[in-house]
Each structure stands twice: as C-alpha cells, then as structure tokens.
Design a protein around this ligand. Sequence first.
Ligand code: NAP
Length: 281
Amino acid sequence: MGIIDGKMVASQIKENITTEVQSLKKKTGKSPGLAVVLVGDDPASAVYVRNKNKTCNNIGFQSFENILPANTSESELLNLIHELNNDEKVNGILVQLPLPNHIASKKILEAINPQKDVDGFHLENVGRLVTGHSLFKPCTPAGIIKLLDKYDVEIEGKNAVIIGRSNIVGKPVAFLLLERNATVTICHSRTKNLSNLTRSADILIAAIGKPNFVTADMVKDNSVVIDVGINRLAGKLVGDVDFSSVVKKASLITPVPGGVGPMTIAMLMENTFRAFKNSLK
Ligand code: NAP
C-alpha cells in the first residue's frame, strides 16, 4: 500500500525546469512564454488560470494573461489567437475550456499554431499522438504516465483499464499506455459489466467526474489506481475513487487532491519549455 505523491513529483519537475530556464536565459537572453486565454468569468476556470500564471512566474517563464469578457465574439477570439501565433515571445498558447456556447471550441483550437499547442488538442497533434509521433502530449495523460514511471510501475504487458473516454483524458491516456505496450481497455457509460473489467486491471485509471464512483469491490488486489477525478462533495475535493476503502487494496494509489492535479500543470510547463527550446533551433 502506497500513496503516490503527485505534488512532490510535480515540484521536482518544476525545479528541474527552473534550473534549465536560468541557464538558457544566460546563454540566449530569452525565456519561455506562455499565453493563457480565458473567456468569461467561470470561477473554476479563473482559479486554473491564476494557478498557471503563478507557476509560470515561479519557474521563470513569462506569462501573458488574456482575460476577455463573456460576450467576446468568435472572430475577436480568432484574431487574438492569430496575434499570439505571430508573437515571438509566446511559445505556448492555452485556451481555457470550456468556452462560452456561442464560440466553437473546435474552430479556436484548430486556429492555434500546432507548434505552440502546448495542450496537445490541435487535430495535427492528436494525429501525431495516435501514430506515436507526438509533439506535445496532452498534459493530464502525460502526467499520469510520468507518475507511473516515477514510481517504477511496469506498464508493458499489463492490463490497463480506463474508465472514461474523453478527448482530454480517457482517449489520449489510452494511446500513451498502448505506446508503452499495455493491453488497454476503455470503458464508458454504456459499458456492460464494468466491475468485471475493472477487476482485471493491473493499472486502473478513473476519469469519470463522479465522486467516489470506484469502490473497493471493483478493484483487483495490489493493483495501481490512478484517480483523475476532481469533484466537490460537501465543500471538499474528492476524486472518482473511494479513497478510504481502495487504499487498503491497491499497491499504489493517487490521492485527490495532490495526485494527478499538480502533474497537469507541471506537464503544461514541460510542454511550454519544449516549445521554447524548439523555437531556439
Ligand atoms: P468527461 O468529458 O465528462 O468524461 C467522463 C467520462 O466518464 C465519459 O467518457 C463518460 O462516458 C464516462 N462515464 C460517466 N458515467 C459513467 C459510468 N456510470 N460508468 C462508466 N463510465 C462513465 O470528463 P473528463 O473531462 O474526462 O474529466 C473526468 C474527471 O477528471 C472530472 O472530474 C474532471 O474534473 C477531472 N479532470 C481532472 C484533471 C486533472 O488535472 N486532475 C484534468 C482533466 C479532468 P460517456 O462517454 O459514455 O458519456
């Protein structure tokens, strides 16, 4: 039984980036730049954007905050994306989702220069990921793989079961696990006999968005359980996994908070740093 400390792993990653940024700045006079775009005043999104800016400042990145009113038109937003695409100081562009309903997210994400698409959501980058030639791996799935590696979890040949098939977590993490030679099963709301499948998992990943959904009876003894969920329950943050019962059965488990969440931001910084280094070539 062990608890995966995502906060600690994320701190180490950010420390390493900080050191490298300092030495590259001495050599080139330049530092990485991340532009974050937020449309509207969704409180959760505002918190995410604030955290991203704070992290940028802490590790020596320039951060460019673009906070636009909820009534911003699609064409105004597209114009901003074009400006950021052409701005040399901006290496990464992140558009905070969800966007207001009158804006087609797909159109906006496709307008981002794929070389600056540090979220990895542009179709070109999705295609690269699926074919094993990724430029930027989506941050949450990349963070999950990094945690498994840091804790020496063998992936090759293992049964990995993912609950959730979203484009930002479930599907990309499936491709990353497949790339590492796991045998992958993706489950969703229409999956029959879910518990039978989850009980076959050596590595179980829950990305559902339902508090405490995965209970101990759904989990194999000594498996590794990764909880992606972030849910608010009675004023507290809880994951998709019933931590208190599953922790007794799993060999390793991520807590919420302090598991996958901090890794997502660390991977965003890593992707931005990669974009910066690519721009120097
Ligand atoms: P999403 O787009 O809502 O997808 C949820 C998935 O769960 C869907 O594929 C859905 O199936 C499946 N599902 C729902 N009910 C189910 C059930 N009863 N049985 C089996 N599958 C079920 O969510 P998401 O964006 O992937 O996010 C998932 C969770 O992770 C959320 O709590 C979110 O806040 C959190 N999250 C955390 C981070 C982080 O950094 N830690 C990052 C991203 C997301 P269908 O496709 O059939 O509807």
